[in-house]
Design a protein. Structure first.
Ligand SMILES: *Cc1c(COP(=O)(O)O)cnc(C)c1O
Length: 334
């Protein structure tokens, strides 16, 4: 990317046009979860996208803009799972080679789905940092194009399309709540939302251990975090040493960051299923977790992005049956 590239609302509108036929316009479903607080809560069901997560949006926008030369050399990415699956899905449609670098902590359900799409999977170490080193090597040695899961202008613009759909469905929204990891999702949504309706609050929610973006915003600079097993496996990982886009966007445009515990995520996954009959992976349930633990100030219709459904079934079944789930050397229960 040249240094003078700016990212604006126009890019988000273009992304919307580009992703037609690959990503869908997702439903905005009323939730029962706010009923006892008298709150108007709407769930943006990114979980029903092809590949089961919003990452298809950014991947479609980024891959469909590649030059023929870049297409010939293929694409590579580091991922906690869903971005890799999205890149693999779009690459297969376009007939491109795709290499996805995953940590060994990636849930098996996500690894299997990526392999089934025909992408090459590399699992070289236990952290996202180690995956990134393999990405850097493939870019240097084989001339592949890196598609970052969050720090890429086309990926961010793609995720921002969610905000366009939200305002069309509900022009009266007062807040948008989105899961927050690398910040492509929340940053893209904030980019579009603040351009269309600056008064609408945009809130990012992370798990309380290893919340790289929330910690970095608080510190005013990029900070490294320790990666710990979490029910929100999609939110684990750092921001990259040379973050260019997502940190700046989130720091400038997010109104607030909220942290939730593993137990709060567990309870939210359970409540989403038992009350709304919705399947959310841990990383997708953090907005509902913030709501249910009274960490959101509600002052009008609030959209919560339910970002994906790709949960390991052993974990999901345990949560639905109120059994403990093992996370590394800990156990979580409701
Ligand atoms: C990637 C992902 C997130 C976080 O998105 P960022 O752009 O990294 O902040 C949230 N939920 C799910 C399901 C994801 O796959």
């Amino acid at each position: 990317m040249p240094d003078d590239v700016q990212l604006g609302l126009n890019d988000v509108f273009e992304a919307r046009r580009r992703m037609r036929g690959v990503a869908i316009e997702t439903p905005l479903a009323p939730s029962s979860l706010g009923a006892d607080r008298g709150a108007d809560i709407l769930l943006k069901l990114e979980s029903v996208q092809p590949i089961g997560a919003f990452k298809i949006r950014g991947a479609a926008n980024a891959l469909m803009r590649l030059s023929p030369k870049a297409c010939a050399r293929g694409v590579v990415c580091a991922s906690s799972g869903n971005h890799g699956r999205a890149v693999a899905h779009v690459a297969a449609r376009l007939g491109l080679r795709a290499v996805v670098c995953l940590s060994t902590a990636t849930p098996a359900v996500k690894v299997a789905a990526i392999e089934a799409l025909g992408a090459e999977v590399r699992q070289l170490g236990a952290t996202q940092d180690e995956s990134q080193r393999e990405v850097d090597r493939l870019v240097a040695d084989e001339g592949m194009t890196e598609i970052s899961p969050f720090d890429h202008p086309d990926v961010i613009a793609g995720q921002g399309v969610i905000a366009l759909e939200l305002f069309e469905a509900r022009p009266d929204l007062s807040a948008i709540v989105a899961p927050l990891s690398g910040g492509g999702l929340a940053g893209g949504i904030a980019l579009a939302a603040k351009a269309i309706a600056p008064h609408v609050r945009v809130i990012g929610v992370s798990m309380d251990h290893g919340a790289a973006m929330a910690d970095s915003i608080a510190a005013g600079r990029l900070v490294a975090v320790e990666e710990r097993p979490s029910l929100a496996d999609a939110l684990v990982g750092g921001l990259g040493e040379s973050n260019r886009w997502s940190f700046d966007l989130c720091r400038r445009l997010l109104d607030e960051t909220v942290l939730v515990s593993e137990q709060e995520i567990y309870r939210a996954m359970r409540a989403l299923f038992l009350q709304d009959r919705l399947v959310a992976e841990g990383g997708a349930a953090v907005g509902a977790a913030a709501l249910l633990s009274s960490k959101l100030a509600l002052d009008g219709p609030t959209a919560i992005v339910l970002s994906g459904r790709n949960v390991d079934m052993t974990v999901f079944r345990a949560i639905i049956e109120s059994r403990p789930v093992r996370l590394g050397d800990r156990e979580v229960e409701g």
